[in-house]
Design a protein around this ligand. Structure first.
Ligand code: FUB
Length: 455
């Protein structure tokens, strides 16, 4: 990100704060944006693989004032509104030769020939400090292992924000950079490159950082975080992957609510989506601007000539659901459209997934567009762990106070890490509804929930 205070004057921050608070008060229960509420996420990189969208993000720590970033995260969805948390897929310790206390910046993951390649910017000792590294995994969730034991692209000023694009002829390109867009041609192994680092031909107007390169209907696109004022998302087009790039406009204008943005763009089930970030959750917690960002998504529309229609700033509503949600298969409890009072925790061990913890009386998880079918459901099963008696999980339709279809009176399992399946009867669940799992009990940790399903 460019120097924050150069781009965003204090007045804009204060004005932004006022509007942010007004925009979020009373609406949180209905919001679907930002995509993740259990932690701060930034620098979205969506990947389509096997009919699922995987969203890789950087992660602002809860205590961040400026940037404080230690790991990279992964979420997945099949309907664009309910996102399953897969936790941390790599962290600074994955690259032991790099700076270990900060700078886990914008990632991207690409699948090729059944392997998954994570490209990340990282800091190395000395100056200049910016380098690009690559890690590899056998599946989208990692754990990703350092591929080289050293940077893929050695240090230079501004070598950040890598993005990889594989053209139809099989040639892969790695783009990166602030305040220039540079690229190299990757070799087929995806962990080495040939030739020199090249400065992209024609820097598009207001290009700052966060390049995202892709091809659609024969046009090459370079979307990026664009600066002039608060960061927006600009884009340029070309008829070659190496430019020259012609500036075409802003996909989203900058906004005083945010000092940054960073695009990730994808097509899924016949629609196009742009991801970026805002500071909504930060403004809900404090009136001070911190680097505590939250990934958002909006639907994007192309004109017949391939240009892209300008979008308003991220709204609270998010995008419409692509399909419905099946509650009859086992559902990871960390599958969330929106929540309050929920934290997510790793089960432990490599690739063991995530469970959720309800931390306060009145906490809830919203799962959107749940299809109970015409026959409906009669039973609810949940894998729970709790050291206390008296917690209930009430299942409500369409809002936190909507029609209750059942209540699970959770019995103590003896400890918060002793798991049991418990169940309750369900009545009145038919058709498609938003489902709210609403947690009541004494304050403090109430119950841990690993997965659930209806029968
Ligand atoms: O998240 C750290 C940095 O801020 C990213 O690398 C930039 O794109 C900006 O979002």
């Amino acid at each position: 990100m460019n120097k924050l205070m150069n781009k965003l004057k204090i007045g804009e921050l204060v004005a932004g704060f006022t509007v942010a608070v007004a925009a979020t008060m009373g609406t949180a229960c209905h919001a679907d944006n930002p995509v993740v509420q259990t932690c701060f996420t930034a620098d979205p990189a969506p990947m389509l693989y096997s009919n699922t969208v995987y969203l890789y993000t950087s992660h602002d720590e809860d205590d961040a004032k400026g940037f404080h970033m230690l790991d990279w995260k992964c979420y997945s969805t099949t309907d664009m509104v309910n996102w399953t948390d897969h936790g941390s897929i790599a962290n600074l310790a994955t690259f032991p030769w790099a700076r270990q206390d900060n700078d886990a910046w914008a990632p991207q993951v690409i699948e090729r020939d059944g392997k998954f390649y994570l490209y990340i910017p990282i800091s190395v000792p000395g100056w200049p400090k910016n380098a690009i590294a690559v890690a590899v995994a056998d599946n989208p969730f990692g754990p990703f292992k350092d591929a080289l034991g050293h940077p893929l692209v050695d240090k230079a000023n501004g070598y950040i924000d890598p993005t990889v694009f594989v053209d139809d002829d099989g040639q892969a390109y790695l783009y990166f950079g602030n305040p220039n867009a540079w690229y190299v041609k990757l070799n087929r192994d995806m962990i080495s490159y040939s030739g020199e680092v090249v400065k992209a031909d024609g820097k598009p107007r207001n290009y700052q950082e966060g390049p995202w390169v892709y091809k659609r209907n024969g046009h090459y696109y370079l979307a990026y975080a664009s600066t002039c004022c608060p960061e927006g998302i600009g884009y340029a087009m070309s008829d070659k992957p190496t430019g020259p790039w012609e500036f075409k406009g802003n996909i989203m204008d900058g906004n005083g609510l945010s000092s940054g943005n960073h695009p990730g763009i994808i097509d899924f089930k016949g629609k196009s989506y742009v991801f970026g970030f805002n500071y909504k959750l930060n403004w809900e917690l404090t009136d001070v601007h911190r680097e505590r960002r939250s990934v958002c998504v909006a639907e994007m529309t192309y004109n017949p000539d391939g240009t892209i229609q300008n979008l308003p700033w991220w709204n609270n509503d998010g995008v419409s659901q692509a399909g419905v949600f099946n509650p009859f298969a086992q559902v990871e409890a960390a599958t969330i459209c929106y929540e309050k009072g929920i934290t997510t925790k790793p089960r432990g061990g490599e690739n063991q997934g995530i469970y959720v913890s309800a931390t306060e009386n009145g906490a809830y998880i919203k799962v959107k567009g749940v299809d109970f079918g015409s026959k409906g459901a009669t039973n609810f099963l949940a894998r729970v762990a709790t050291g206390t008696d008296g917690t209930t999980i009430t299942l409500r339709l369409d809002s936190e106070t909507g029609n209750a279809i059942g209540t699970l009176k959770v019995k103590s399992t003896g400890a918060f890490d002793k798991w049991e399946t418990q169940s309750c009867a369900i009545k009145g669940a038919r058709g498609v509804h938003d489902l709210y799992l609403k947690f009541f009990g004494s304050n403090g940790p109430l119950v841990n929930l690993d997965y659930w399903k209806f029968e």
